[in-house]
Design a protein around this ligand. Structure first.
Ligand code: GN1
Ligand code: MG
Length: 365
């Protein structure tokens, strides 16, 4: 048996493993869907954690357990006021009762229950889907809003701290000696003009205008699970980056992902744009759940959060391209450069629609 099969075997509680296939499009961890021939649960999600990124994977598991147990307890006491079902992925244990398993090569494996009857999409399908994606993030923030952020460890230092990404970019650039294509020059100029932007949320945090809360960290469209039967959002998965942060990182990430109809992997980067109708639908869905715990300052920084997170992700991809693809998995040379161009083009589109985005926020709030 190969390592993947041996790992899968550790987490199966009943039945035999009959199939293992690659699952999803994660950029960091390796993910597999395991099928069992059991009368109970038929599938689970098996993952090999990238420990170059998540240096303390045990803490990732701890956060995941703290957050999911909190949410489950809360839902048992008070179901969602919408009366809708919400599924919380479960951390599966090995037969020895551990939440992870280390193979003979030192790889770190863990398993999560699969939300049966659900699916996710890499890009937004329509307005209703957008509303559901926003709703899902709103549910998630609401369910964690009474968990003190100190209960969660900082499992990925510097994550979404844009000034830190800029510093790292400067260091990488100083050492870089590769050729400068037109596309690379476009990116260099792009970043140069927006260096000030990197500080907008962290300055607000330093001034005490924005506060740390439990966040998801990665609420992009394909992490929102949709009920196949009803088309409604029923869960949010990929809880690796659940940790203390600004909800603005999440809102910005959800919007940069959901309002880009071509998706972040498109080859047509020149055509990438930020869709205002989708933005309105996502915010409406989000606020239907989350309006109650957002302050006036929180609203004030919503526009900045969308612009910043698109820029930040572009900067992270571009830096990784310059550094030789050491962080994000790539499928071809230049992949991270192509991804950066998409996010930078999206940032430009957000900037050109600033007035309209601000007016959507004003009206909806
Ligand atoms: C990474 O691995 P994945 O796809 O869940 C990244 C996110 C990015 C995302 C872009 C820990 O997430 O921050 O937004 O790629 N995760 C980490 O697709 O860096
Ligand atoms: Mg992720």
């Amino acid at each position: 048996m190969d390592n993947i099969s041996v790992a899968a075997d550790q987490f199966r509680s009943q039945g035999r493993v009959v199939d293992i296939r690659e699952f999803g499009n994660g950029n960091i961890n390796s993910t597999f869907l395991v099928t069992l021939d059991s009368l109970g649960e038929k599938h689970f999600v098996l993952q090999r954690i990238n420990t170059m990124v998540f240096r303390q994977p045990e803490l990732v598991m701890l956060n995941m357990r703290v957050a999911t147990e909190h949410v489950r307890r809360r839902l048992d006491l008070t179901p969602l006021r919408t009366g809708r079902r919400w599924a919380v992925p479960r951390v599966l244990l090995t037969r020895d009762g551990n939440d992870h398993w280390i193979d003979s090569e030192g790889s770190f494996w863990r398993a999560i229950s699969f939300i049966e009857g659900s699916q996710s999409f890499d890009t937004i399908r329509d307005i209703d889907h957008a509303g559901e994606v926003g709703y899902a993030l709103g549910v998630f923030h609401t369910l964690l809003s009474d968990l003190p952020p100190e209960r969660l460890a900082d499992t990925l230092e510097g994550f979404h701290i844009a000034p830190g990404y800029l510093r790292h970019y400067d260091e990488v650039l100083a050492k870089h000696s590769g050729s400068r294509s037109d596309e690379v020059n476009y990116c260099l100029q792009f970043v140069k003009k927006r260096r000030g932007l990197a500080h907008v949320l962290e300055n607000a945090r330093a001034q005490g205008r924005l506060l740390l809360r439990p966040i998801h960290g990665d609420p992009k469209v394909n992490n929102i699970m949709m009920d196949i039967a009803t088309g409604q959002a029923i869960s949010i998965v990929d809880l690796d980056t659940v940790k203390p942060g600004l909800v603005h990182y999440d809102i910005g990430d959800c919007l940069r992902s959901g309002c880009n109809p071509f998706g972040e992997e498109t080859e047509k980067w020149q055509e990438v744009h930020f869709d205002l109708d989708l933005c309105q639908a996502i915010l409406k869905g989000y606020l239907s759940m989350a309006r109650g715990f957002l302050t006036a300052d929180d609203f004030h920084y919503l526009y900045d959060s969308v612009r910043l997170i698109a820029f930040e992700l572009g900067l992270r991809f571009f830096t990784d391209y310059l550094e030789g693809d050491v962080y994000f998995k790539v499928r071809r040379p230049g992949h991270n450069l192509a991804r950066a161009l998409v996010q930078f083009r999206l940032t430009e589109s957000i900037e050109s629609r600033e007035t309209a985005i601000r007016s959507i926020i004003r009206v909806i709030r």
